[in-house]
Design a protein around this ligand. Sequence first.
Ligand SMILES: NC(=O)c1ccc[n+]([C@@H]2O[C@H](COP(=O)([O-])OP(=O)(O)OC[C@H]3O[C@@H](n4cnc5c(N)ncnc54)[C@H](O)[C@@H]3O)[C@@H](O)[C@H]2O)c1
Length: 275
Amino acid sequence: MGALDGKVAFITGAARGQGRSHAIRFAAEGADIIAIDVCAQVKTVDYPTATTDDLDETVRRVRATGRRILAAEADVRDYDALKQAVDAGLAEFGRLDIVVANAGISTTAPTLEMSDEMWTTMIDVNLTGQWRTLKAAVPHIIAGGRGGSVVIISSLAVQMANANLAHYSAAKSGLVGLMRVLAKELAPHNIRVNTVHPTTVATDMVLNDVTYRLFRPDLEAPTRADFEKAASAVNALPMTMTEPEDITEAVLYLVADSGRYVTGTQHIIDAGGRL
Ligand SMILES: NC(=O)c1ccc[n+]([C@@H]2O[C@H](COP(=O)([O-])OP(=O)(O)OC[C@H]3O[C@@H](n4cnc5c(N)ncnc54)[C@H](O)[C@@H]3O)[C@@H](O)[C@H]2O)c1
């Protein structure tokens, strides 16, 4: 018996990192997966976003669990593409129970020097993209009449201010407002909506030179070890950073029956960093 036997989950940004981890674990718990990722470079982003090969690897690893997956290349800035992907998943699997709005980007610049393009791209992907995801998918959960669960991946950037991340922090804070309103609107349908706020997670979003320089502006060419030292200093618990699987545990709690009466909440996984 898996925690998600017979369920169907839609996950964005599923080609790698946290999205891939959620997809594999959900499948191992008995769910079929509808997965999308942009699989192309997002303009303004200084590290590589995912590729078609990455999404193929997620597909391979989900299938290795014995569950089904329907994957598509879609940009969360394109509502029609999202709707097409979810509708195709519905046609294939016959139901939808879970949405994890996870796709996101990170860019950095001082607030007052940031280009208009960097600001608007961030809001379009990390805030409006999540709303488009929900708009395309949640009506299918409502139509199923069985209830369900929506998890929106926000960030510790809501609880902690970091220089150079005003646009990211604004987008991720906006998701909390979106979550709270939607939780109220969907409660009569027994659909729960929550946000998850991770501290640093060991994924390609942070394991790159841009982030190393952000954490260690004092060094000319900081290494991963230099970055890890600074990342550890933020935490109260003795650890460096979380792994995608740590975040999956929290997401799984929220989407499975374990979280059946939990809605409208912010789940913080920060090793005590905000204390
Ligand atoms: N890594 C961290 O330290 C950290 C901390 C807090 C929150 N988060 C959030 O967690 C989520 C997952 O990030 P991750 O750590 O797995 O990083 P990641 O870069 O490995 O994964 C993000 C995925 O989103 C995809 N994506 C980006 N723009 C897209 C678009 N326009 N349309 C569709 N897909 C798109 C990327 O291709 C990538 O596969 C993001 O929302 C991120 O903001 C990350």
